[in-house]
Design a protein. Structure first.
Length: 98
C-alpha cells in the first residue's frame, strides 16, 4: 500500500520505530478534504501501511490542526478542526486491538 495522499495540518509521532500519520486537510489537485485516516511508515523496512479500523462504529471525525502523541500501546489525538467543527477532545487509539 502506498503513502497517504498530499495534505497539510496533519499530525505525526514516532512509536516503536514506526512513524504514525493521522488526519489532515488537502488532497490531490488542491481538494479540500478533511481526513481521519491513519498510516504508518516502518523505519526498518521503509514501507507505508494504512491501518484499517471499523470506520462505521469507531471512526473519529475527520480533522486537521490537531496534535498526536504515543504512550505505551496507545496513540492520543488532541483537538483540531474541519469545515464543520473545532474540537477540544482527546481521542485514544489502541495499537494492539485497533
Amino acid at each position: 500500500m502506498g503513502a497517504p495522499g498530499p495534505r497539510a495540518n496533519t499530525a505525526a509521532c514516532v512509536h516503536n520505530n514506526k512513524i504514525y500519520v493521522y488526519g489532515g486537510h488537502g488532497g490531490a489537485s488542491y481538494a479540500r478534504i478533511a481526513y481521519n485516516d491513519l498510516y504508518t511508515f516502518d523505519l526498518d523496512t521503509n514501507t507505508w501501511d494504512k491501518i484499517e479500523y471499523d470506520e462505521k462504529s469507531n471512526s473519529p471525525d475527520p480533522r486537521g490542526g490537531h496534535t498526536m502523541f504515543a504512550i505505551d500501546k496507545y496513540l492520543y489525538v488532541y483537538g483540531g478542526w474541519n469545515n464543520e467543527a473545532q474540537y477540544n477532545n482527546i481521542l485514544r487509539f489502541d495499537l494492539e486491538t485497533l
